[in-house]
Design a binder for this molecule. Sequence first.
Ligand SMILES: NC(=O)c1ccc[n+]([C@@H]2O[C@H](COP(=O)([O-])OP(=O)(O)OC[C@H]3O[C@@H](n4cnc5c(N)ncnc54)[C@H](OP(=O)(O)O)[C@@H]3O)[C@@H](O)[C@H]2O)c1
Length: 335
Amino acid sequence: MTEKNRQFLLAARPVGMVKETDFEYREVPVPEPAEGEVLIRTTYLSLDPSMRGQMENRADYVAPLQIGDVMRAGGVGRIVRSRNPAFPEDAQVSGTFGMQDYVVSDGRNVPFRVVDGALDPTLVLGVLGGTGMTAFFGLLDLGRPQPGETVVVSGAAGATGSVAGQIAKLKGCRVIGIAGSDAKCRWLTGELGFDAAINYRTEDVGAALDRHCPRGIDIYFDNVGGEILDLCLARIANNARVVLCGGISRYNATGPIPGPKNYFNLVFRRARMEGFIVLDYAARFPEAIAEMRRWIDAGQLKQQVTVIEGFRELPRALIRLFEGYNTGKLMVQTT
Ligand SMILES: NC(=O)c1ccc[n+]([C@@H]2O[C@H](COP(=O)([O-])OP(=O)(O)OC[C@H]3O[C@@H](n4cnc5c(N)ncnc54)[C@H](OP(=O)(O)O)[C@@H]3O)[C@@H](O)[C@H]2O)c1
């Protein structure tokens, strides 16, 4: 345990690719919990593409982040001191704890949920955490997969995409993943059972989609936006569902961002394109977690994590997320 509370603050609004100088490191005393509060020691902190937009206050679905604030980050931790009988010491908790070793909460000012203490914390932050929930509700509620349908997932080797693709396989679909390296593509087909994978950095994505989706795309689960979204829109089948989960190709872009050229194919194909924010499904997370745990226990859903060790690595880890360093869920182990 460190005696100081290490923190990264938001030092500057990023322009273009996020930089280490957009963060400021500092050490402050470990906070004291008051009556009714608990002291949480973070163990793993999550790196999420949405952190880039939050640094710029680009999204209005979360509270604004000001320069000098502790950088926002989801995490897992343990209660190391409790002055609230509802939350016992040593309980494992998850919440938006920020880039810091310690956080004090009364359960409301920094909301957290108590999770099964026996669960591997990387699972709590990964498949059973925000990105797992995103894959579950995005694919099942918006995508509504039917057996035999063709599902294309971009960002397929990442935290959300790898789970969305596996759930689509569980629902009896043919699944084609798009990812940024041959190793990731081999992992998708070899380990996760995807039917095919396309390396968007080296292959002609349009030609590969034509080859792998001869009857068109029934569900496109979009994590990246940009050109890949356009290529998929051009190949949707009748009554297709385009699930707009994310658009990472635009998060570090500067200047005007071109819209999809092929959106009008939605009309010809009587198709639907719909976005969502996973936070809106919070009340249904327990239902998803129970189902996902069944799949994990049955060996039908695999989790892959990329863990970077060391609190001081947090800013660099966020940059690495955008460089495609991770396979599966990227997190930093802080203890
Ligand atoms: N709607 C929601 O509520 C919600 C919730 C969570 C996440 N999301 C979205 O879901 C997506 C995935 O998030 P995640 O947390 O699971 O991250 P992730 O997929 O684990 O990591 C990001 C991955 O994106 C790929 N990437 C980076 N730059 C790219 C680019 N320019 N074009 C194509 N791919 C690029 C990289 O892999 P490669 O090697 O393949 O390039 C990288 O590993 C993001 O768009 C995120 O914003 C949405």
